[in-house]
Design a protein. Sequence first.
Length: 72
Amino acid sequence: MIPKANEKAEGQKKWLKGAIRKPGSLRETAKRKGLIKGDETLTGDDLQTLKDAGGVTRERANLAETMKGFKH
């Protein structure tokens, strides 16, 4: 059976959700660096600053930038 546009096939999992190992860690890093306060959203400039940090933070910022274009 082929699922309709807004339905999921049986057994289909949310694989992207599983790819994010520590949800919220990029925001916590941004808060520590003083880029955001409270519930502000991360801007493109914020992501670029986090990419420049390198390491795991760079990987998380790259993933966030990739996911920015996905539909919810």
